[in-house]
Design a protein around this ligand. Structure first.
Ligand SMILES: Cc1cc2nc3c(=O)[nH]c(=O)nc-3n(C[C@H](O)[C@H](O)[C@H](O)COP(=O)(O)OP(=O)(O)OC[C@H]3O[C@@H](n4cnc5c(N)ncnc54)[C@H](O)[C@@H]3O)c2cc1C
Length: 384
């Protein structure tokens, strides 16, 4: 069964989707259980994807990348998360910080930071969330104080993907009074004195992806490492997240497809007192309801992707797509585990792994409750 059909994917992104599908089938899916069990960062698979030209490709062609559009990104992450959420997240986030530089950096900054990512030589990240909370971007407390031609950064970041393995990360820090105009973004090489990262352990899902708790203690970066104007960081990050949330909708879709396929196979294979579980009408109805949820979420995600690419009410559409697809994934995975009976309660099964993974996208890049606040606040017809 191939639920991630190419029909909603625009023509121009179909080759990328096919390449991602081939890579995922060969390199990701067969290693899914092993990396989930070990919780290791899949460096080897990341390097294979870099060599195959499938990781770090969001960088514009002028700086050595493939100039992927948001449609390419969505097409690829659907495939990767279908194969495995943890490895998929690790693959996607190679150019997480690079995308911020692409959107906010000057031509000099892009020439300085992007080519090595596009060449597969560097891994990046973005550190916004802090131990005191990730939901309110205007509430972060890490500071960047200007001293002559340098900024001195102090504070703590939490849940930073690639915080340990990255070569550089983009740090979101307070440069003025708290509030929307009080934040800026900085490129921070991870070998800068005062940067310490320790991995977060004990995750229930997405185990192959790596997150860190970071301490920034008197970290000095030159003024040239500030992205955009001082005080623009909040707005820059808010518009960056409109792109990111379409990708997170893709996380939900990939996981939802995996869960539904697994559920379908299991109830048709499993004989219960001489008849397949699938012979029961309520089971069939549940499968159909899951399919309804999946197709609706996918149609919305691809429609939202078009709106975001066209710059039409991007905050509204990205929030809607993200919250709907990730919620659908949670519901469908819950059903998949239920239909597996006791077997679904074993960590080694695909249904169980997907179920654990689906809890994450509904929380990261802004919990779904925050997405609904955003969608209400950016309701298009009210703004006009
Ligand atoms: C696997 C993973 C990878 C991540 N990668 C990164 C990364 O690379 N960089 C980075 O900066 N961050 C990253 N994060 C952090 C992530 O973005 C935050 O976890 C998320 O934004 C929520 O912040 P929080 O965990 O502090 O929850 P809190 O802000 O403490 O919120 C807790 C809960 O409160 C509820 N809530 C919050 N606000 C509202 C509201 N307005 N209305 C109603 N309910 C509300 C929600 O249910 C929410 O889940 C990652 C997280 C995970 C799990």
């Amino acid at each position: 069964m191939q639920l991630l059909s190419s029909s909603p994917v625009p023509e121009r992104a179909r080759d990328t989707k096919a390449a991602a599908n081939e890579f995922a089938t060969e390199h990701v899916r067969p290693n899914s259980a092993e990396y989930d069990a070990s919780g290791e960062y899949p460096l080897e698979i990341v390097q294979e994807a870099q060599a195959a030209g499938l990781a770090g490709r969001y960088v514009p062609e002028a700086y050595g990348g493939a100039g992927w559009t948001l449609a390419d990104r969505l097409a690829v992450v659907e495939e990767w998360f279908h194969a495995d959420g943890g490895i998929g997240l690790a693959l996607q986030l190679v150019d997480f910080g690079a995308k911020v530089v692409t959107m906010t950096g000057s031509p000099e900054q892009k020439s300085r930071w992007l080519p090595a990512v596009a060449a597969g030589d560097e891994i990046t990240g973005l550190a916004a969330t802090e131990p005191s909370g990730g939901s309110d971007l205007a509430g972060m407390t890490t500071t960047a104080r200007r001293e002559g031609e340098e900024y001195v950064i102090d504070g703590e970041k939490y849940w930073t993907s690639n915080g340990v393995v990255a070569d550089w990360i983009v740090v979101y820090a307070q440069t003025g009074e708290p509030g929307h105009d009080g934040y800026s973004l900085f490129v921070v090489p991870t070998d800068t004195p005062g940067y310490e990262a320790e991995p977060i352990t004990g995750k229930m899902g997405l185990r192959a992806s790596q997150q860190a708790r970071i301490t920034l203690d008197g970290v000095r970066v030159p003024v040239e490492n500030r992205l955009g104007a001082e005080g623009d960081g909040f707005y820059e990050l808010a518009s960056f997240f409109n792109y990111g949330r379409i990708a997170v909708a893709g996380h939900g879709l990939g996981l939802a497809a995996a869960a539904l396929e697994t559920a379908w196979e299991y109830v048709h294979d499993r004989e219960l007192y001489d008849e397949p579980v699938a012979d029961k009408q309520t089971v069939r109805h549940r499968l159909v309801e899951c399919r309804e949820q999946f197709e609706a979420a996918r149609a919305l995600a691809w429609q939202a992707c078009d709106h975001v690419m066209a710059g039409e009410d991007p905050a509204f559409w990205a929030s809607l797509a993200k919250s709907h697809a990730t919620r659908a994934a949670e519901d469908i995975a819950q059903t998949a585990v239920q239909l597996h009976g006791g077997e679904g309660l074993r960590e080694e099964t695909r249904a169980n792994r997907v179920y654990r993974d689906t809890k994450y996208p509904s929380i990261y890049e802004g919990a779904n409750a925050v997405q609904r606040d955003l969608a209400y606040g950016h309701w298009p017809e009210r703004e006009r």
